[in-house]
Design a binder for this molecule. Structure first.
Ligand code: SAH
Length: 239
């Protein structure tokens, strides 16, 4: 049998059909896992905002983690994404998104792009997301990934998020996904009147406190939400 003849053999046709069939099956397996994540990890723990639940149902978390651990993408925990950084537990992403009370018209700043997952979840709900990442490799990879997935309402900047993003300020909300020792004053300054910032504050690599800070008549009204552990908020030159 010639090579060309072999290509048309039933074995190849069988493999081809099998590939065609399994591709959507795999996609569906993750869809089912996402649904399960929403039901068991989010709703049961009090995530009730419909837009947030929908975003968590929609964003393909398995495309934001290293391929080798894609099958664990929907597990109930944080996962390593390289350079000693992690993608937060799904519940934490949903909780931080819910707490800023996201609405479709909002402009949100995120500090700590990491994989881009939190930015994508926000982008499903709000109008525009600006996100800053200090590790260039992460920033570049996240920007490429978000673009490829069609998130045209996310802009990624590489740099130290401590200074915020003056050019696009003020923001309706700010989501900080690295543990800071204190609230960076430029971030509070770039928050709109009535705006909300969610930020883990506390000592490096110890338990921090997730805080919700609202700007009321120019003053910070702070509420402690829960104990958390985030990777450190680093400063330029400290890497
Ligand atoms: N939100 C991310 C996970 C964040 S992990 C996601 O959904 O995947 C925290 C990230 O904050 C890391 O990538 C870390 O490099 C980044 N980071 C730490 N300090 C920073 C700073 N000063 N400015 C910007 N990014 C910072």
């Amino acid at each position: 049998m010639t090579g060309i003849g072999a290509m048309g053999s039933p074995v190849y046709i069988f493999i081809f059909v099998l590939l065609l069939l399994t591709a959507p099956v795999q996609e569906d397996a993750y869809k089912a896992q996402r649904e399960q994540m929403v039901e068991q990890q989010l709703k049961r723990r009090g995530i009730s905002d419909k837009a947030v639940l929908n975003a968590m149902r929609t964003v393909k978390r398995h495309l934001f983690v290293p391929t080798a651990i894609a099958p664990e993408a929907y597990s109930d925990g944080a996962l390593p994404i390289g350079h000693k950084q992690t993608i937060s537990q799904p519940y934490m992403v949903a909780y931080m998104t819910q707490v800023i009370e996201p609405t479709p018209g909002m402009k949100v700043l995120e500090i700590g792009t990491g994989s881009g997952y939190q930015a994508a979840v926000l982008a499903e709900i709000v109008k525009q997301v600006y996100t800053i990442e200090i590790i260039p490799e992460h920033g570049k990879a996240a920007a490429a990934r978000l673009k490829q997935l069609g998130y045209n309402n996310v802009e990624v900047k590489i740099g130290d998020g401590y200074a915020g993003w003056e050019e696009h300020a003020p923001f309706d909300a700010i989501v900080v996904t690295a543990g800071a020792e204190s609230v960076p004053p430029p971030l509070f300054a770039q928050l709109k009147e009535g705006g909300r910032m969610v930020i883990p504050v506390g000592p490096v690599y110890r338990t921090q406190t997730l805080k919700l800070i609202e700007k009321k008549r120019g003053k910070a009204v702070t509420r402690n939400l829960m104990p958390v552990v985030f990777v450190p908020f680093t400063r330029e030159g400290q890497q």
